[in-house]
Design a protein around this ligand. Structure first.
Ligand code: PMP
Length: 341
């Protein structure tokens, strides 16, 4: 099992484009990595800045608040993104120890620009935490080059593994902060002093039992990381972009409006459509599920009632599926129109 875990570590280092030693997979879903990062980096009373432009920032703000951090937020409605100048201003004002940003905002369908953000954070002695659950493997993210201090993802999106494991990596700076705390993290299960030993990252000769890892999930994660390494990250990114562009063109041909107007800011793995006028979005989803057996979703958190969402990622990301989705939508648009005017 230790050898399998070592392979997973190497696979994550490749997928994240990092040489961080403190790289591992959490036993749990994306939320586990989210909580692990916040619980280990932040001490009660410390200031945290959270960028909220969809549900994931909301979640992290709540997690940080629950463990007693002083939470400050940068806010945009779903679909919005933050300029580096806005981020810098907030960092200068609140002097947080940690700044959270979502790379692939799956509730809004937005991929957030990352260039320069890490440098700005370091200028203000702040660590950068990034969520790439919905984007890893679908849109470029380069942990070391982009100076990201903590990056996490989930196993079940573009990586195609079953849910239940969550890759995460910590930079040297992040390790320095989390291993020089005055207080113990609120969670025993997610305490990185134990997890770093469990993953053989602390340099000690012996790995001591900490908890029972999801071994079948680890086997599957190792294979999924091997598949992405064989395919190559660049190929995975360009494949997702190609299928997404095919889908976007098809949606526009149906007369639909994409929720994220700027093509460069669209998340290839999750496409959001503005709810077309004259339709009840719940009826559209129910119709497509009943007659085409395809699950579309509405918005999530603050984007509920604003968008319809289509996920095409990893194994599911291919032209045949995109075409099937377009045909289902075309039919639903014909059948579900409310105002005949
Ligand atoms: N972040 C993002 C961007 C996500 O899309 C998701 C899952 N939809 C999560 C975090 C949470 O991951 P999980 O459901 O695996 O806990």
């Amino acid at each position: 099992m230790s050898l399998i875990m070592n392979d997973i570590k190497k696979g994550i280092q490749y997928a994240f484009q990092t040489s961080n030693n403190m790289t591992l997979a959490m036993s749990g879903s994306g939320h586990t990595a989210m909580e692990c990062a916040v619980f280990n980096i932040v001490e009660p009373g410390e200031s945290v800045l959270v960028a909220i432009n969809g549900i994931w920032g909301e979640r992290v703000a709540e997690i940080a608040e629950r463990m007693g951090a002083k939470v400050h937020t940068l806010f945009k409605t779903p679909g919005g993104h933050f300029t580096n100048a806005e981020i810098e201003q907030a960092l200068a004002k609140h002097k947080p120890v940690l700044f959270f940003l979502t790379h692939g905002e799956s509730s809004a369908g937005l991929v957030h620009p990352m260039d320069g953000v890490g440098d700005i954070c370091h200028k203000y002695n702040c660590l950068l935490l990034v969520d790439s659950v919905a984007s890893l493997g679908a849109a470029p993210i380069l942990m070391d080059q982009q100076n990201i201090d903590i990056l996490y993802t989930g196993s079940q999106k573009a990586l195609n593994a079953p849910p239940g494991t969550a890759p995460v990596s910590f930079s040297e700076r992040a390790c320095h902060k989390m291993f020089n705390r005055k207080t113990k993290p609120v969670s025993y299960l997610l305490d990185m002093t134990h997890l770093s030993n469990y993953w053989g990252n602390d340099g000690k000769p012996e790995r001591i039992y900490h908890h029972t890892g999801p071994v079948s999930g680890f086997f599957a994660l190792r294979e999924s990381l091997a598949i992405i390494a064989e395919m190559g990250l660049e190929n995975s990114w360009s494949h997702h972009t190609e299928i997404a562009e095919y889908l976007w063109k098809g949606l526009e041909d149906l007369g639909l409006k994409l929720f994220i107007k700027d093509k460069d800011l669209r998340l290839p793995s999750v496409t959001t459509i503005a709810i077309p006028e004259g339709y009840d979005w719940k009826e559209l989803l129910a119709y497509i599920m009943k007659h085409h057996r395809i699950e579309f979703t509405g918005g999530l958190g603050p984007s509920v009632g604003m968008v319809l969402r289509i996920g095409l990622m990893g194994y599911n990301c291919n032209k045949a599926n995109a075409a099937m989705v377009l045909a289902a939508l075309e039919d639903a648009l014909k059948q579900c129109r409310k105002s005949k005017a």
